[in-house]
Design a protein around this ligand. Structure first.
Ligand code: IPM
Ligand code: MG
Length: 368
């Protein structure tokens, strides 16, 4: 097994607005190196559509090995309409899915926090979202994203059949549920587990295994089960009933996009994808904004870098054991929002429209 090199940060800016937002993260990492005498080593590589354009593959072996030996990966975003019609196995998204799967990053943490300064940016009423603080724990290396058999094949009547398979094993369920219970203990001590146990056997297994782990090891945490469609509805009706939500790969993908809009903008939400710790306590991890590559606004200097910057705060906290620095970075973000600085996606009346790089600069000046 390739050793993780401590404090090595690999930047994978990717496509669309990825390079713009990751550039702001790079400025912040450099600031920590210069001002806090931290010794983060930075490397940068192509991944996604830009890698396909240059090398004919969304991720080269060389870049994959770089990722394998980095303690922290900061990913921007991959994909865009430019690559819509290329062969499935070469699509930009395959790089992201390969990294998640082969680095075994099974737990995807997606916090949805509504900043007080932005309650009006949400499409929901302020009283519904004010004070919102949810953590979605999405299983990231199993389920229908990776199950076999898969593919598109011709069938007898001349039609074609598209096939994907949804599978989960006991250990795949319990390892991610354990992360959710441990997180809940540091928060409001409540876990809601979501599946479709009313129609899917794999959902029934999910529910049973989460309950069993709870009864064995986490009796002190409040656990409830909810059907995923009901959860989608409850997230809009009364989102503050939730503390930690744990769910599978596909439901987690959808519910986290939905939860993000409670906070006002997809441009604000970070995420962390974590693997298991080895016997030396080392862990692989990839951090990325939950927004996509937004090709329509790429290159215009209007993308919101906050989700990426908050993703780096998660890296400071979860991978680099620098809780104080993480707190300071999060406070700096709050500070610029208090000053009324807004990128276009969260602009409201009376606020000051700010470009991507000016937002990064303002956050750095708050760090000083
Ligand atoms: C996400 C994205 C990805 C996913 C895509 C880009 C493959 O939507 O991280 O939520 O579906 O997981
Ligand atoms: Mg998604």
């Amino acid at each position: 097994m390739i050793k993780v090199r401590k404090r090595k940060i690999l930047l994978l800016p990717g496509d669309g607005i990825g390079p713009e937002v990751i550039n702001e993260v790079k400025k912040i990492i450099n600031w920590f190196n210069d001002n806090k005498s931290l010794d983060f080593g930075i490397d940068e590589a192509l991944v996604g559509g830009c890698s396909y354009d240059k090398h004919g593959t969304p991720i080269t072996d060389e870049v994959f090995y770089k990722a394998l030996e980095s303690e922290v990966i900061m990913l921007g975003a991959v994909g865009g309409p430019k690559w819509d019609n290329i062969e499935f196995s070469k699509k930009p998204e395959r790089a992201l899915l390969k990294l998640r799967k082969e680095l075994k990053l099974f737990a995807n943490l997606r916090p949805a926090i509504c900043f007080e300064q932005l309650v009006d940016a949400s499409t929901l009423k302020p009283e519904i979202v004010s004070g919102l603080d949810i953590m979605i724990v999405r299983e990231l290396t199993g389920g229908i994203y990776f199950g076999e058999p898969r593919g598109i094949k011709p069938i007898d009547n001349g039609e074609r059949k598209g096939i994907n398979t949804h599978t989960y094993t006991t250990s795949e369920i319990t390892r991610v549920a354990r992360i959710a219970f441990d997180l809940a203990k540091k928060r409001s001590n409540k876990v809601t587990s979501c599946e479709k146990s009313n129609v899917m056997e794999a959902g029934q297994l999910w529910k049973e295994e989460v309950q069993e782990l709870h009864d064995k090891e986490y009796k002190d945490v409040e656990l409830s089960h909810m059907l995923a469609d009901n959860c989608a509805m409850q997230l809009l009706r009364n989102p503050k009933q939730f503390d930690v939500i744990v769910t599978d790969n596909l439901f987690g993908d959808m519910l986290s996009d939905q939860a993000s809009m409670l906070t006002g903008s997809l441009g604000l939400l970070p995420s962390a994808s974590l693997g298991a710790k080895n016997k030396d306590g080392e862990m692989r991890a990839m951090y990325e904004p939950i927004h996509g590559s937004a090709p329509d606004i790429a290159g215009k200097e209007i993308a919101n870098p906050i989700a990426s910057i908050l993703s780096f705060a998660m890296a400071l906290r979860y991978s680099l054991d620098l809780d104080n620095e993480a707190d300071n970075l999060e406070k700096a973000v709050q500070g610029v929002l208090n000053d009324g600085l807004r990128t276009k996606d969260i602009l409201s009346e009376g606020m000051k429209e700010t470009s991507t790089s000016a937002m990064g600069d303002a956050i750095i000046s708050k760090l000083q």
